[in-house]
Design a protein around this ligand. Structure first.
Ligand SMILES: Cc1cc2nc3c(=O)[nH]c(=O)nc-3n(C[C@H](O)[C@H](O)[C@H](O)COP(=O)(O)OP(=O)(O)OC[C@H]3O[C@@H](n4cnc5c(N)ncnc54)[C@H](O)[C@@H]3O)c2cc1C
Length: 757
């Protein structure tokens, strides 16, 4: 959380968007800590509320009703969101190791990444069974089971669930309810479908009281679920389970709902873990071996107060975890937290019926389900209906000054009065550290590059070639500096590709948020790593740059390309009859305007980011192969703006079909809500140059939406258009579309005619 003029002094990294961390994010969003940067690392943009998982499987809720949107929550909290899987910890270097992206530095770290069903001791489980967590993976596997069962059209089909705890019985009954429902919808009999539940325990629900166990034994019996007690599964194959002592259970589908196991990398991290590999924490939720590490939820094993793994405890640990992190930031002693021993469990039976369990007490009925449903929905509401936020609110909330001030900080974190000379240049130590950590490719045509100590770079332009150059820069719009750097570099290369040039080299200008040396190094490292990884994909050498301190984070790139003389594809070559092909959907401006206000869904951001890092390189190759007469990349002026530029340069007119234009998921919705980029009204002034026929809705507004790292717009001869479109799709531009045609320009008439819906 960074207030205006505030330097980043500490980094808090949250691993996993579990139940405790979502509470922290919301609370830190409402009561920010001055000088603290929070980063959440999670492998999915949404995290499920465990209590509603069986209802999701049974079909009573949809995906969004049971998932908390981590992207929106992070926006509200002013936190960074890195969507990736954590693979390890480097505790000595205080770094989190992530899949497919550079390590992430921290001062304090909190781990709340849950658990997944235990596969250890069950040979073949990883290959032949479907674990109930992570839920996205389970839902995909469950779809395959449904499809296979439906295909049998009433012939026998066996589903077996391994695990007799609350999760296991709930999943058995929820999957049965769902499958029977799907068969009924298709008029297929379910009489040949069998459900089996296998557990090594001698009772069902061993952590609950005997009355609950009896009720469940009866309910499973009524629902014709075959229960195998005292069967320890030791091996599974595609169609069978092998149990000790000696039984074989044949099965077409195997679901794993065993007790939770921790991530393997926790055990290897060097943290003190218990015999199962969960992180040992004290009653303040702090690792005794590494006090800068906190942990909560399933991932943690509280030394003083062992409790079963349950979402209830993860939820309850959220507030004390947040408070103890605040205290640790202020170098104050932590406060112990004693979790309650007994709590109310409401265990569902799939058919909107549930059993309540607490201590020695049990109750069942439809009303219990209704109460459960009400409690769960009410809990979700606090995260689904987040307070509205204006674009700049993140910095204006009253922030707590918790981190010790300059007098008590170690040397590197001390606030110093910064001079603005040399463009507030970032110190050479920080810069050199970053440059030493990134790999920069070398090329023979770079005579003097980053590795030389000269004042400027020197490039060789081979005989018969010309140099093509472009520049662009951006303030940060995405709360992930690595991906931001990647998108910015891709956007800048887009200008070279649009002209048919081959990128060769780049210079980069970065403005990093003021902070301690380590905070600035981290941000510079992340943003540069993103940009360099993209440049590397295209064998582009980084030959120089400049860094400065300032707010907000920003990056600009000067890019150089090479092209054969006379080969450039320019805006002015369009010919009447050519077809207009656009390679990517529109809508990044409106979606990121919504994201700034914490109103964009994580799935929209994911889709837009995927497209924004997709290179325009393969697209220009397709266009060239199919004889394109002109091309441009669609960026800040929006589709209409760039098309009109092309039409003016070509002296032609064009007819465009609004129905044919594609938009990112969420773009029409955010535009409909009146959320548009601040640039859009300026772009819309081009309306004077067009004639509109027919009906219009918010899609019309999006024709003026400024794009970041947008697609290419090209004119292709009619006879090649279909083949060109097929080629574009085959290399990954699945949304490429013919959106109109080039026509003869009529005097006195606007150059562009748009047909509406
Ligand atoms: C079918 C079923 C029903 C259940 N019903 C209930 C119930 O009714 N009540 C109850 O109290 N408990 C229930 N539980 C148990 C409950 O799900 C867990 O105890 C609870 O989810 C643990 O919460 P957590 O906050 O520790 O982690 P989780 O809620 O599991 O969250 C972990 C988060 O970390 C992310 N993550 C995991 N690994 C990584 C990684 N390597 N890198 C980045 N991110 C990662 C995940 O994507 C996820 O967002 C149920 C469990 C199952 C399987």
């Amino acid at each position: 959380m960074k207030a205006e003029g505030q330097r980043i002094l500490k980094e808090l990294v949250l691993v996993g968007g579990g139940h405790s961390h979502i509470a922290i994010l919301k609370e830190f969003g409402m009561r920010p800590v001055l000088g603290l940067r929070i980063t959440l690392i999670s492998e999915y943009g949404g995290t499920p509320y465990s209590g509603m998982l069986p209802g999701l499987i049974a079909g009573h809720y949809n995906y969004e009703e049971v998932h908390i949107d981590l992207v929106r929550l992070c926006r509200l909290a002013g936190a960074q969101f890195y969507r990736t899987r954590v693979e390890g910890l480097d505790l000595g270097g205080k770094r989190v190791l992530c899949e497919g992206r550079p390590p992430v530095r921290f001062d304090l770290i909190s781990i709340n990444n849950g658990s997944t069903p235990r596969t250890k001791g069950i040979a073949g489980a990883a290959k032949y069974s479907i674990p109930v967590k992570p839920i996205m993976q389970f839902l995909r596997g469950w779809d395959r089971i449904l499809e296979a069962a439906i295909k049998r059209e009433g012939d026998s089909y066996r589903v077996t669930v391994i695990g007799g705890g609350a999760g296991g019985v709930e999943v058995t009954l929820a999957t049965q309810f769902c499958l029977y429902n799907e068969l009924k919808k298709r008029n297929i009999t379910s009489s040949q479908i069998e459900f089996h539940l296998v557990t090594e325990s001698d009772v069902l629900l061993p952590t609950h009281n005997p009355r609950v166990q009896e009720k469940y034994t009866r309910i499973l019996d009524d629902r014709k679920v075959v229960v195998h007690l005292q069967h320890r599964v030791v091996k599974v194959e595609a169609d069978a389970l092998f149990c000790e002592p000696g039984a074989i259970i044949l099965s077409d589908a195997i679901i794993l709902a065993t007790d939770g196991a921790p991530s393997e990398w926790l055990r290897e991290s060097g943290l003190t873990t218990d015999h199962q590999g969960f992180i040992v924490v004290d009653e303040c939720l702090r690792s005794p071996s590494h006090p800068f590490v906190f942990a909560a939820g399933d991932a943690a094993s509280v030394r003083e107060h062992p409790r079963p793994k349950s979402g209830v405890f993860a939820v309850r640990q959220g507030p004390p975890l947040g408070e103890n992190i605040r205290l640790a930031l202020a170098d104050l002693p932590s406060k112990p937290f004693v979790p309650q021993r007994h709590f109310l469990s409401l265990i569902s039976t799939g058919d909107q019926y549930a059993v309540a369990s607490r201590g020695r007490w049990a109750l069942e009925g439809k009303i219990i389900w209704k109460i459960k449903d009400w409690i769960d929905r009410r809990w979700m509401k606090q995260y689904r209906e987040l307070p509205a936020m204006s674009e700049d609110e993140g910095d204006s909330r009253i922030a707590e000054r918790l981190i010790p001030n300059s007098d008590t900080l170690p040397e590197e974190g001390k606030e110093t009065i910064r001079c603005g000379g040399c463009g507030s240049k970032v110190g050479s130590v920080v810069l050199n550290k970053v440059l030493n950590r990134v790999d920069i490719i070398e090329r023979k045509d770079i005579l003097l590059g980053l590795k030389s100590s000269d004042d400027a770079a020197a490039l060789k332009v081979p005989e018969g070639m010309i140099q093509v150059q472009s520049v662009d820069s951006f303030p940060v719009f995405l709360n992930d500096p690595y991906m931001f750097g990647k998108i910015a570099a891709n956007h800048c290369l887009g200008d070279l590709f649009a002209m048919g040039a081959e990128p060769q080299s780049a210079q980069v200008l970065v403005t990093v948020d003021p902070g301690s040396d380590s905070a600035m190094e981290e941000q510079l490292f992340q943003v540069m790593s993103g940009a360099i990884s993209l440049l590397e994909e295209h064998r582009v050498a980084l030959i120089g740059g400049h860094t400065s301190e300032g707010s907000p984070l920003g990056i600009g790139l000067v890019v150089n390309g090479l092209a054969e003389e006379g080969s450039l594809l320019r805006k002015g070559g369009m010919r009447p009859g050519d077809q207009l092909i656009m390679t990517k959907p529109l809508g990044t401006g409106t979606i990121f305007a919504a994201d700034m206000r914490a109103r964009a869904k994580s799935s929209w951001i994911e889709e837009a980011v995927r497209s924004m890092v997709r290179s325009n390189g393969p697209a220009i190759d397709c266009f060239k192969r199919h004889g394109a007469s002109a091309s441009s990349d669609v960026t800040g002026f929006g589709l209409v703006g760039h098309l009109i530029e092309m039409l003016h340069a070509s002296g032609t007119g064009a007819k465009m079909n609004l129905k044919a234009v594609t938009f990112f998921s969420g773009a029409v919705e955010t535009a409909k809500a009146g959320i548009l980029s601040t640039l859009q009204p300026q772009n819309r002034k081009l309306e004077a140059s067009l004639k509109f026929k027919g009906e219009r809705d918010e899609r019309y507004e999006l024709l003026f939406d400024p794009q970041t790292s947008g697609g290419l717009l090209a004119s292709v001869p009619l006879k090649h258009a279909e083949a060109c479109l097929g080629d574009l799709k085959s290399v990954g531009y699945l949304d490429a579309a013919v959106i109109g045609e080039v026509v003869v320009r009529e005097k006195e008439e606007p150059c562009l005619e748009i047909r509406g819906l």
